[in-house]
Design a protein around this ligand. Sequence first.
Ligand SMILES: Cc1cc2nc3c(=O)[nH]c(=O)nc-3n(C[C@H](O)[C@H](O)[C@H](O)COP(=O)(O)OP(=O)(O)OC[C@H]3O[C@@H](n4cnc5c(N)ncnc54)[C@H](O)[C@@H]3O)c2cc1C
Length: 332
Amino acid sequence: MLSLKKNISLKAYNSLRIDAVAEFFFEATSEEESIEAIVYARNNNLKLQIVGEGTNLVLSKSRYNGLILKNSIKGKSIHGDLACISSGEAWHDSVLWSLDNNLFGLENLSLIPGSVGAAPVQNIGAYGRDISEFIDSVRAINLETLEIETFNNTQCDFSYRNSLFKLKPIYLITEVILKLSKEPTIDVSYKSLSNHMKEKNISEYTPYNVCKAVCEIRNKTLPNPLTNPNVGSFFKNIILEKAEYLALQKILDTPYNLDKQGNYKISTAFLIEQAGWRGKSAGELSVSSDHSLVLISSGLASGEQVLNFAKNIIEDIKIKFNVSLEIEPSII
Ligand SMILES: Cc1cc2nc3c(=O)[nH]c(=O)nc-3n(C[C@H](O)[C@H](O)[C@H](O)COP(=O)(O)OP(=O)(O)OC[C@H]3O[C@@H](n4cnc5c(N)ncnc54)[C@H](O)[C@@H]3O)c2cc1C
């Protein structure tokens, strides 16, 4: 028998602290419980929404009519160079655990908030690395057939902040299997990371001091959601084809990096700053003065207010630079 909660506030379950109400709420600690909840939603004709730690969510309405299924499946094990992590584990704790067990590779992804299960959904990335580089496979419940399916790396269809699980949200990820390295594999090619290491006079690069450096940079530059409710980057960086980049270049001298496909990757933070939004506030919301991609709520903003604020920025960037911004968090 499922112990469902009814009409509960989701304020504690999303890092923007939006005070939306869930008609039904259930926290699943196993695949079996998750399947029970999915069947319950189906039999009662309820919409179903999976959440992890709510650090990449915008609750757009004051009430969610349906069942919020919070994933809290826990467990970790190591088999050779494979780290098998249940989806309800916290991501950063799992990074530290992998390092403690002499499995390396994840250090650049230290301190990203959220659960392990959500990490492949938007292919989390930071400081030049993406989780897709380390995914061996992903285990998931198909919400339509209730079957357990396993996806290898190619089948996950990863791209920049995107995956099969985002494109086709019919899976509840229950376990992520990461292929890590038993030998340290250091990558400090990302500029702010290498600069930080130089500033701190760190000459010997180890996975531990890369992890520490990433944590120090993040603590310095990213607003803490506990004191400044936010979802990290609110907009994706922009990927342009050459002709589009040249058109932008005529309006604004814009730095770029070429991605693996030869497309021009533009910093959305740069455009937001150039448009004068850095540090600007309106009502309960502001653009962080430390990091222009981050929108901060006072904790009193509704989802509708968050999205209207974001819409004003999107429209302004379109008018000024003829570039379309894309929202990064999931809107439910
Ligand atoms: C301060 C801050 C900094 C951040 N920095 C970064 C960063 O550097 N890089 C980066 O990539 N992201 C970053 N993020 C975004 C966020 O941390 C990640 O997207 C994270 O993976 C979200 O995890 P979550 O458990 O909170 O997911 P949620 O917000 O709960 O859910 C996000 C989406 O994933 C789906 N989902 C969640 N769990 C599952 C599951 N088990 N199975 C299927 N679908 C699921 C949800 O349905 C939803 O669509 C940051 C966020 C904050 C607040």
